[in-house]
Design a binder for this molecule. Structure first.
Ligand SMILES: *Cc1c(COP(=O)(O)O)cnc(C)c1O
Length: 349
């Protein structure tokens, strides 16, 4: 198989990176007159440009999440990571592969980059069709295969052995989106595959288990060749000083967030059990993420009813295999109680 460097678009490999003021200086200094910043610090002490390499944040990722420093880079949310990976490995007319029902952003960014999206859908059991994907690889030659585990919106974790088998058969890049992995007990991360297969790229995020969706912190975990190229391509100041500061704060207190995650997992199990008892719930699709998925006879009706009670859930009834399904995020104790109270009062047709 080709080495990973040769998979990177040539114009990207050969481009000169932007050299920011802070990149060009080495050593110690305490008078910074190099970047045309204001000396005056008004709001939030944000008069200085942020660290383009997010070094303090990444050191904490190493100590709290065990992600090696030279293998991580930060995007403005996973969104930016997805977009930059496509721009790194794909050119107009190339294709990427997804397995629906899954996260919609892969297809959206494929469209903005003028890429085709090939869908090898899940099996009806909502398992990943690993053999189907491997068979399609040869035919379609996608530049990137996206695997989301635990999957949104089904909550299913795919066996790491299947992920490995696909990645090994794939001569392109396999991106494993692990946004929800903290909610899956005993989860085995694809980060462990990278050493043996540098075409594996993992995405994590601080948006879910770390409570920082508003700060937009997406994490790339990849072979250092890909990591360095990512840092070279990305806008130098893509993660604001305020966002880096927020990320550093939460990562400095991991116990707090682990407690919240434990509570979410416990509440998910309670809600799944309770939801199964409602006569209008035909099925509870087992989830290992921070949401439950219920199937009813009339998802649109239940959706509108909940909305009338001031509760918004996600209607997934139009997705393949998910007719009648609502995806419901696990909220606080109070929010969950409000949901259950509303469901208690729902009269099915
Ligand atoms: C929520 C989510 C993310 C997180 O995206 P951010 O841009 O980091 O907020 C990534 N992948 C999936 C599948 C998600 O559902």
């Amino acid at each position: 198989m080709a080495d990973v460097e040769s998979l990177i678009n040539r114009h990207i490999r050969e481009m000169e990176p932007y050299s920011s003021a802070r990149d060009e200086f080495e050593g110690n200094a305490d008078v910074f007159l190099d970047a045309n910043e204001s000396w005056y610090s008004g709001e939030c002490d944000a008069n200085r440009y942020p660290d383009p390499r997010c070094r303090d944040l990444r050191k904490l990722l190493e100590s709290t999440m065990n992600l090696p420093f030279d293998m991580t880079a930060i995007g403005n949310g996973s969104d930016e990571v997805i977009d930059l990976l496509m721009r790194m490995f794909c050119r107009e007319g190339d294709s990427v592969m997804v397995s629906t029902p899954t996260y919609g952003e892969y297809r959206v960014f494929a469209s903005t980059n003028n890429l085709r999206t090939i869908d090898v859908s899940l099996k009806e059991s909502l398992e990943l069709d690993a053999d189907g994907i491997i068979a399609a690889l040869g035919r379609e030659n996608p530049k990137i295969v996206f695997i989301c585990t635990p999957n949104n919106p089904t909550g299913r974790v795919y066996p790491l052995s299947d992920v490995r088998r696909i990645a090994d058969a794939n001569s392109g890049i396999t991106v494993v989106d692990e946004a929800y992995s903290d909610f899956a007990e005993g989860f085995e991360s694809a980060v462990s595959l990278i050493a043996g297969n540098p075409r594996v790229v993992v995405m994590r995020t601080l948006s879910k288990s770390w409570g920082l969706a508003g700060a937009r912190v997406g994490i790339l975990v990849a072979d250092p060749v890909i990591q360095r190229t990512f840092v070279k391509m990305k806008p130098p100041y893509n993660v604001s000083l305020l966002n880096q500061r927020a990320a550093i704060r939460v990562l400095s207190e991991p116990e707090r967030y682990r407690d919240v995650v434990s509570q979410v997992i416990a509440d998910r199990k309670i809600m799944e059990r309770k939801a199964a008892e409602y006569p209008f719930v035909r099925e509870v699709i087992p989830s290992e993420a921070n949401f439950i998925v219920i199937r009813t006879d009339d998802a649109d009706r239940l959706y509108r009813y909940l909305l009338s009670k001031g509760i918004i859930v996600r209607n997934r009834t139009k997705e393949r295999y998910l007719s009648g399904c609502l995806r419901i995020t696990i909220g606080s104790k109070e929010e969950n109680r409000r949901l259950m109270e509303a469901l208690d009062g729902y009269e099915a047709c």
